[in-house]
Design a protein around this ligand. Structure first.
Ligand code: SAM
Ligand code: DTB
Ligand code: SF4
Length: 327
């Protein structure tokens, strides 16, 4: 069985990107079957608990206050509203609720306490909890851990070299520091990125290399394809070609065999056949529900029908694959 490695070189990863696609998918499928139940897909549902008005300038994002996008700013949702969304997600087969807030970093006060409460209450209804709130200090990560948070999402998005072309208001190293703070607090890390930003293949190599050489691989690796949003600097980027999406999934699966690889934003531009190839290439998780944070996504029924056609099932909570994930 392929060991979990943390010493990947850029050359090795570049070679994977240059492999004939079907050879790559064949290898990724074998790795996937060694580490995971290939018949199960984890469902995670997003709720944007605080939308828009973000001070950061991420060029892809509908929620940055710097761009004139169709997204309106809203205050923090009440815990009851979030729990209602969680109940619907759970009833439809999701095992994790991922709550996103458009903040640069949380500030102490009422909203922060309320987010901690949301985490406790989501756990109490028997779902895994995930939040994505921007940068965190060690103390904040510790508080989230005490509230019982399962995972923290914090994407590195792209290569260290290309990062500054997409975001200027924070540094790549800031992202890594937050990931370390989350790991130190004993919370699972969810970290991935986006393709379709105008990055080169070498940037994709650098992106995967950064994650695959972390001392501990992220528990989940979301791979997003840009959903271009009108009014953002990347609003007129062409959609990512489906074979590029499939290749990214396969490379993530081979280099981080024990992690959950999530086929994330951009599924509406993929056919069912292309999504099936992503599952073959090692994707074992999706975001479900008809909205991601602010953009559209296939609805629960559409995904249930896709899984049925492919003979796949929703992954139940606390699947045994965790036994194999220890690295
Ligand atoms: N504000 C928090 C942060 O930046 O970490 C959390 C929310 S942010 C929306 C989470 C991730 O979603 C981003 O890092 C990016 O990878 C992805 N994302 C955001 N907008 C996207 C878009 N238009 N298309 C694809 N992925 C997107
Ligand atoms: C991730 O990697 N993708 C999710 C989640 N983590 C927070 C967000 C996707 C957002 C897509 C654009 C939107 O809906 O605004
Ligand atoms: Fe703000 Fe996150 Fe959007 Fe960047 S990706 S503008 S940090 S909400």
């Amino acid at each position: 069985m392929n060991a979990v490695r943390h010493d990947w070189t850029r050359e090795e990863i570049r070679d994977l990107f240059n492999r004939p696609l079907l050879d790559l998918v064949f290898e990724a499928a074998a790795v996937h079957r060694n580490y995971h139940n290939p018949h199960e897909v984890q469902w995670s549902t997003l709720v944007s608990v605080k939308t828009g008005g973000c001070p950061e300038d991420c060029s892809y994002c509908s929620q940055s206050a710097r761009y004139d996008t169709p997204v309106d700013r809203t205050p923090l949702m009440s815990t009851e509203e979030v729990l209602e969304a969680a109940r619907i997600a759970k009833a439809n087969g999701s095992t994790r609720l991922c709550m996103g807030a458009a903040w640069r970093q949380p500030r102490p006060g009422k909203d922060w306490e309320q987010v901690l409460d949301m985490v406790r209450q989501v756990n109490a209804m028997g779902m895994e909890s995930c939040v994505t709130l921007g940068m965190l200090t060690e103390e904040q990560a510790q508080q989230l851990a005490e509230a019982g948070l399962t995972n923290y999402n914090h994407n590195i998005d792209t290569s260290p070299e290309f990062y500054g072309k997409i975001i200027s208001t924070r540094k790549f190293e800031d992202r890594i520091r937050t990931i370390e703070n989350v790991q130190k607090a004993g919370i699972g890390v969810c970290s991935g990125g986006i393709i379709g930003l105008g990055e080169s293949t070498e940037d994709r190599v650098g992106f995967i290399h950064t994650l695959a050489t972390l001392a501990k691989h992220p528990d989940s690796v979301p791979i997003n394809a840009l959903v271009s949003v009108e009014g953002t600097p990347l609003g007129d980027r062409p959609p990512v070609e489906s074979f590029e999406f499939i290749r990214m999934i396969a490379v993530a699966r081979i280099t981080m065999p024990a992690s959950n690889v999530r086929l994330s934003a951009g599924r509406l531009t993929l056919t069912e056949e292309a999504q099936a190839m992503c599952f073959l290439a090692g994707a074992n998780s999706i975001f479900t529900g008809e909205t991601l944070l602010t953009t559209e996504n296939p609805g629960f029924d559409q995904d249930q029908s896709l899984l049925k056609k492919l003979g796949l099932k929703n992954q139940p909570l606390h699947a045994v694959e965790l036994e194999l994930c220890k690295d």
